[in-house]
Design a protein around this ligand. Structure first.
Ligand SMILES: [Zn+2]
Length: 223
């Protein structure tokens, strides 16, 4: 179903692609306006490309450029760089983050919100932002709350949460997601090599890889 406005909230350049690239591209293709509020530049990322082509000084600039490319591939027309530093969100006053997200919700009135599943997203930046995002939604009146899709990837998530209930056929946009993954090349080189190998091999290997990229599952979430 096409959403009027989709708000995507994640802390790092590449979260939008790796956690929800198919869902985002699918909405954009159907004509939704997509805003990505990206809270940091991933300055502290340990991956510098393979072979290395970034260093601690150049990484933020390179990752911002990668993000712009990925957004173009996914159809994200409104990219908001929120200007926090990587690995610092957990130390922010939660009210600061909640306030920023509340402002975005008030401005954009999204019908769909995409973020991480609080408690099941591992990284402290992910957890801090997911918790603040859900709190901001909780403060909205019932009838003003967007639908929420979440991604989870902690080791225990399936035991606790069960299987994902939002099953998206992303076959019409798998190439967009793949292009976005390639755009984030400081972070994704190893995975890209694996995909390229499968696609080049043809036959069943290629089919399996395309099938894997053509399905994206998430959790629905109620505050
Ligand atoms: Zn991340």
């Amino acid at each position: 179903m096409m959403e009027r406005h989709v708000l995507v909230v994640f802390p790092h350049p590449d979260d939008e692609t790796l956690a929800a690239g198919g869902a985002v591209a699918l909405q954009a293709k159907q004509g939704s306006t997509v805003t990505y509020a990206c809270f940091t530049l991933g300055q502290m990322g340990r991956n510098m490309g393979k072979p290395f082509f970034a260093n601690r000084e150049t990484l933020p600039e390179i990752r911002e450029k990668e993000l712009h490319e990925a957004c173009a591939a996914l159809g994200i027309s409104d990219l908001r760089m929120m200007g926090f530093r990587d690995k610092t969100l957990e130390f922010e006053d939660p009210e600061t983050l909640i306030g920023i997200i509340s402002d975005l919700l008030a401005e954009l009135k999204p019908t769909l919100l995409i973020t991480y599943y609080p408690g099941y997203c591992v990284h402290p930046d992910h957890e801090a932002l997911a918790a603040a995002t859900m709190e901001a939604v909780r403060r909205l009146p019932d009838n003003a709350r967007p639908k929420i899709y979440c991604q989870a990837f902690s080791r225990n998530h399936e035991t606790d949460l069960g299987a994902r209930d939002v099953l998206l056929d992303t076959s019409s946009v798998w190439e967009n997601k793949y292009r976005a993954m390639k755009a984030h090349k400081t972070q994704t080189a190893a995975r890209i090599e694996e995909i390229e190998r499968a696609l080049a091999a043809g036959g069943a290997q290629k089919e399996q890889m395309i099938a894997a990229l053509s399905q994206e599952n998430m959790y629905s979430y109620r505050v």
